[in-house]
Design a protein around this ligand. Structure first.
Ligand SMILES: [Mn+2]
Length: 254
């Protein structure tokens, strides 16, 4: 009862090399419960190889905005990377993506979502103000989570590992990203997110006698393989994000 331990992975983004290293680390700790917060496959890396691993794992998974983009491409701007992903994936991969729910509740105590409980394309812990990424206040977080009463909320999408304890004791945990440690995005406005190093990230949440705790884990893997795949598919920006965990050299002081 008090020993429940769950590994939380998110934002794998088709990075088979990072995923393999993270799963080995989880197995080495003897953790058998894993949940996945979405954005599984979208990338210039190895979407099909990653889908095969994730589908074989058969773990609870929620849908990310970029999982939705793959199955509803007509709602998005055409891009070479989106075309690459859709051409790489087989019908069984697409059916799996289509089957993913927006939210899941696990063990009655953990709410899983990609972004927020209501949207898969919005950051829970951050808001965008004039292209700056600003942490939400505790009051804002309490308001956004009024729809939920689980003691733990697991969210992805931001690729920045962290946790927030609300005044009522509830815990918000973002595990960071397994497969992409930094990115620049122009939706909904231009902004940058970054973990600062190229390590694959995940979290372990554990229920102790005094409540839920989170541990963040950094895993080394051979990110040069992932970067090479990105370069082979025309994405030098991804290659740089993968090998540095930064966006542009001017960010290195941050
Ligand atoms: Mn996302």
């Amino acid at each position: 009862m008090s020993d429940l331990q769950i590994a939380v992975i998110s934002d794998v983004h088709g990075n088979r090399w990072a995923l393999t290293a993270v799963l080995a680390d989880i197995a080495q700790r003897g953790i058998r419960n894993i949940v996945n917060l979405g954005d599984c496959l979208y990338s210039p890396l190895d979407p099909a190889g990653t889908a095969d691993i994730l589908m074989r794992l058969d773990i609870l998974t929620v849908r990310g905005n970029e999982d939705r983009m793959i199955v509803e491409p007509q709602a998005y701007k055409e891009s070479a990377t989106l075309r690459f992903v859709r051409e790489a994936l087989q019908p069984n991969h697409m059916r799996w993506l289509e089957s993913l729910p927006l939210i899941r509740v696990v063990h009655d105590e953990l709410l899983l979502c990609h972004g927020t409980p209501k949207r898969d394309d919005e950051y829970l812990r951050w808001q965008l103000r004039n292209e700056a990424v600003v942490p939400r206040t505790v009051e804002e977080l309490v308001g956004m989570l009024a729809v939920a009463d689980e003691p733990v909320v697991l969210c992805g999408h931001d690729h920045v590992p962290g946790a927030v304890r609300l005044p009522d004791g509830r815990l918000i945990v973002s595990p960071g990203s397994v497969g992409l440690q930094a990115f620049a995005d122009d939706r909904p406005c231009p902004h940058v997110m970054k973990a600062g190093t190229p390590h694959a990230r995940y979290a372990v949440v554990a229920r102790r006698e005094d409540g839920w705790r989170a541990e963040h884990v950094k895993v080394s893997y051979d990110w040069h393989w992932a970067a090479e795949a990105a370069l082979n598919h025309g994405r030098s920006d991804w290659a740089q994000w993968l090998t540095t965990g930064q966006v542009g050299c001017q960010d290195s002081q941050a």
